[in-house]
Design a protein around this ligand. Structure first.
Ligand code: GLN
Length: 479
């Protein structure tokens, strides 16, 4: 196998045995980018220092990593794949980047995403769409589609994404890789350009579960620069990688297996459940009765927070500044309006309008406040199930990757592709998506596991045990 096709833990073993070097691995990855990124379009920007950093890397984990285009790296342009942030170069590193640099990581560059992480297909990007490495005419999922496609195409060993309603897990499922959304507060959001601050989390996108634990070890931990970061002592997640699920109690929420789920996806999830049952896990049907309100609640809360977070992009401090040809109101207001009209794409404008509406006086109580109340009911549903169960298993997405353009003019059907992932963000709990098979036409399917807050170890243990008895994660795309 080629170096760029290996996992990080395999590479670290080879480096330890002096069979390869960080420089060689980085070269293999850069060669792959050269070969296939013209078709995949995972990267929006490459770091021209990658090779030099790799040659000098002396930290414990000198692995090449791809970074979603909403995570700040000192002096590197970062745009959230939006015109409005063109040429914005932050003067600081996000906490996760600082931690990665300390570990010796080699940063390859920024990856494509839906503009401001608004989407499920990586089509809403000012750079154009990313393509699914398994089928180039399909979407990679979104919004972290660039990062998942890079890992699936072996253009990066692993990557970081962000997940507000499923943006790590859903593209991980579509691209056949492992994506983990940590508990809210486990990973610092300092330096992550905000979408919906009460939902956003950065997380690892990797080729297998062991790498997911390794990368989570690097990026998690309390941070005084993020007031929502939890005062939590982070364990060594690799210790959770034990192949043992005997007597672990897992709930299957009946609300997740209703109409709209692709029968092939459903069958592969049923097979996965049977496999874990054979290994000794105990499955029972459970109920999350407020599931039907999750998508509506999410789109009230997420758009409200987004409209407020995006108010800062007005042409004054960041990126783009535009002036209309003719004076319309006064020079300042004209500049704000022109900059935002030119800088934001269609989906961003739609969400700013929705969010501003539900936060406006007279509607606040009916929409935003009610959304918060339903969010609590959804969280209570999970708390109740977790009184008796160690984990919950569901599909990650109702379908496999769809064709590029297929849902572009139907925002509602696009919103529904996150129906299984959104609740974990509303409840703040950790969730992982792992490969559990392929459809007849060769597209990957993901299995989602959710657990109690700060019990990433349970996720990793179940995921690892499942992975040990399958080889879906070993299938490679050759591009
Ligand atoms: N697809 C969802 C949305 O469009 C989730 C996005 C995300 O997690 N960033 O909002």
């Amino acid at each position: 196998m080629k170096l760029n096709e290996l996992t990080a833990h395999e590479i670290l073993d080879l480096i330890k045995q002096k069979k390869t070097s960080s420089g060689e691995v980085c070269q293999a990855v850069l060669d792959q980018i050269e070969r296939s990124d013209e078709n995949v379009k995972a990267f929006v920007r490459l770091n021209d220092q990658a090779s030099a950093t790799a040659k000098e890397a002396n930290g414990p984990v000198p692995i090449p990593i791809a970074i979603k285009d909403n995570i700040c790296i000192t002096d590197q342009e970062v745009t959230c794949s939006s015109r409005i942030l063109k040429n914005f170069r932050p003067p600081y590193d996000a906490t996760v980047i600082e931690k990665l640099k300390k570990s010796g990581a080699v940063i390859l560059g920024h990856t494509n995403m839906d503009e401001f992480a608004f989407g499920s297909s990586t089509e809403n990007s000012c750079y154009g769409p990313t393509h699914n490495p398994w089928k180039l005419d399909c979407v990679p999922g979104g919004s972290s589609g660039g990062s998942t496609a890079a890992v699936a195409a072996n253009e990066a060993i692993w990557a970081l994404g962000s997940d507000t309603g499923g943006s790590i897990r859903q593209p991980a499922a579509f691209c056949g890789v492992v994506g983990l959304k940590p508990t809210y507060g486990l990973v610092s959001r300092y330096g992550l350009i905000a979408f919906a601050s009460s939902l956003d989390q950065i997380g690892p996108i990797t080729k297998d579960v062991t790498d997911s634990a390794l990368l989570l070890n690097i990026i998690s931990g309390t941070d005084s620069r993020d007031s929502t970061s939890a005062p939590f002592t982070v364990p060594d997640y690799t210790k959770a990688l034990v192949n043992e699920v005997k007597n672990i109690k897992i709930g299957i929420p009946m609300e997740y297996f209703i109409e709209g789920i692709d029968p092939e996806v459903k069958q592969l999830i049923v097979n996965a459940i049977e496999m874990l049952e054979k290994s000794g896990a105990i499955f029972e049907e459970v109920s999350l009765p407020h599931t039907e309100y999750a998508v509506a609640t999410y789109y009230i809360i997420a758009t409200a927070e987004a409209s407020s977070n995006l108010a800062r992009f007005d042409g004054v401090e960041y990126g783009l500044r535009c002036h209309p040809e003719k004076m319309r109101k006064n020079p300042l207001v004209d500049m704000y309006e022109e900059t935002r009209a030119v800088g934001f794409g269609k989906e961003v404008k739609r969400r700013i309008m929705l969010g501003t509406y539900s936060l406006s006086s007279g509607y606040y109580d009916d929409y935003y406040l009610r959304g918060l109340k339903v969010r609590t009911l959804i969280k209570n549903d999970f708390d109740k199930v977790f009184e008796n169960y160690d984990a919950i298993i569901t599909p990650t997405a109702p379908t496999t990757a769809f064709k590029i353009g297929e849902k572009a003019n139907d925002p509602l059907s696009m919103y529904l592709s996150d129906i299984y992932t959104i609740s974990a963000n509303l409840a703040g709990i950790p969730a992982i998506s792992i490969p559990c098979g392929f459809s007849k036409d060769g597209l990957p399917v993901g299995l989602q596991i959710m657990a109690k807050p700060f019990n990433e170890e349970m996720l990793l243990r179940i995921a690892y045990s499942f992975e040990q008895s399958t080889d879906w994660h070993k299938r490679k795309v050759r591009l």
